[in-house]
Design a protein around this ligand. Structure first.
Ligand code: SF4
Ligand code: SF4
Length: 377
């Protein structure tokens, strides 16, 4: 969206405040600067070259870019896109990102991950029984299982379960010994120039390793590789699929045998698998797979397209983790089950953090944990 378009869109706002009722960062903070409506006003100031305060910059950077407000806006304003464009404009004007983003971006460039993980520990998730036989890049396969920062370092069992299930099915794939960050963090922080460089470098890495297909475990990686890379890279022709989509297909082809676990679990839809894709399969497949594992799938009060963000999107935890905790706690309060699951390791990571901080007694598992458990049985 160009500058004139953004200003026109912001001017179209009729101040009905409908969007505010759906925005969790506003609901838990009660701060207008952290509402969709308030953020549009900040955007207008940025694009008309008015002074903006530190609080207003924080207002923008506490948006999770969940895109829930876009669905309810009475004027069909693409609010989250305008918020993201505003961050990019702020970076152009040298007023952003915030120091915490600069630190994490520095880590990404130096350590190839956004979670300050030790690069030497990147493969700690790799199951012991496969270590001797794994040949990494040297395997002759055009499909890469790309684990991403969260699965590799913070929710390691999501990486090992994905790997084990694919191996169990004799699926043809390889992994990299050393994996780059997809760059979504840099992009959502508004640093477009650097993110474009990262996208280009990653594409060259994939091409030089003969990669035509990516399998990802993370909603952020899926969104980046499938939706964002094609916007900025000519000749981008990588086919990207989420691990749940692959496992669902394998199960339909009877490559895996699932036995019932007999439990009830609440499923949470990650924003970057749901609203960002506006597609049915990423809503239906994880639920269908869980049911095939003998699980009664419970829903949140708002689900599918209306599901709230887990509270961790777009680097908000580094800016104000209290908002992430409050949003996660609200979700916990709406669940009827002890166990909560999701198909994004960032959601899992944040829910576990909320669980710890609020001393809740939830059990938080990535979807593939159930699949693996069901196969083992
Ligand atoms: S994208 Fe989400 S967090 Fe950001 S303003 Fe809209 S509803 Fe609020
Ligand atoms: S719903 Fe749309 S028109 Fe109404 S206040 Fe929010 S941005 Fe403005």
């Amino acid at each position: 969206m160009d500058k004139n378009n953004i200003i026109q869109n912001v001017d179209a706002c009729i101040d009905c405040k409908t969007c505010m009722e759906y925005c969790d960062t506003f609901m838990v903070s009660n701060d207008v600067l952290k509402s969709p409506n308030g953020r549009l006003k900040i955007a207008e100031k940025i694009f008309t070259n008015k002074e903006i305060s530190e609080e207003e910059i924080i207002g923008l950077y506490t948006c999770t870019l969940c895109a829930l407000c876009d669905l309810v806006c009475q004027q069909n304003i693409l609010i989250s896109e305008i918020i993201h464009s505003s961050k990019m404009e702020l970076v152009e004007q040298n007023k952003a990102p915030l120091p915490i983003h600069k630190k994490i971006i520095k880590d990404i460039m130096e350590k190839d991950n956004s979670v300050n993980g030790n690069p030497d520990e990147r493969l700690d998730w790799l199951p012991e029984e496969y270590r001797d036989e794994e040949v990494y890049e040297n395997k002759d396969s055009d499909t890469l299982l790309f684990l991403g920062c969260m699965s590799s370092f913070r929710v390691k069992e999501s990486a090992s379960a994905a790997y084990k299930i694919l191996k169990e099915c004799n699926y043809d794939f390889k992994i990299f010994k050393s994996e780059p960050c997809c760059g979504e963090y840099i992009y959502s922080a508004g640093n477009l120039d650097l993110s474009k460089k990262v996208f280009q470098t990653n594409l060259e890495l994939f091409k030089s390793n003969g990669i035509k297909n990516l399998i990802v475990t993370c909603g952020g990686c899926l969104y980046a590789f499938d939706k964002v890379y094609p916007l900025y890279l000519k000749d981008y022709d990588i086919n990207v699929r989420h691990i749940i989509d692959i496992i669902y297909e394998l199960e339909n082809k009877k490559k895996i045998d699932l036995t019932p676990l007999n439990k009830s679990v609440t499923y949470h839809d990650p924003c970057r698998l749901g609203r960002k894709f506006k597609s049915g399969p990423l809503y239906t497949e994880p639920r269908a797979l869980l049911r095939k594992c003998g699980i009664e799938v419970k829903e949140l009060a708002e689900d599918h397209n209306d599901c709230p963000c887990c509270g961790a999107g777009s680097g908000i935890r580094g800016v104000d983790s209290s908002i992430s905790i409050k949003i996660g706690k609200k979700i916990f309060e709406k669940t009827q089950t002890k166990e909560i699951t999701s198909s994004c390791p960032l959601c899992i990571f944040n829910f576990r953090y909320v669980n710890y901080k609020t001393q809740s007694e939830k059990e938080i598992k990535y979807v593939t944990d159930y699949v693996l458990e069901s196969i083992k049985k």
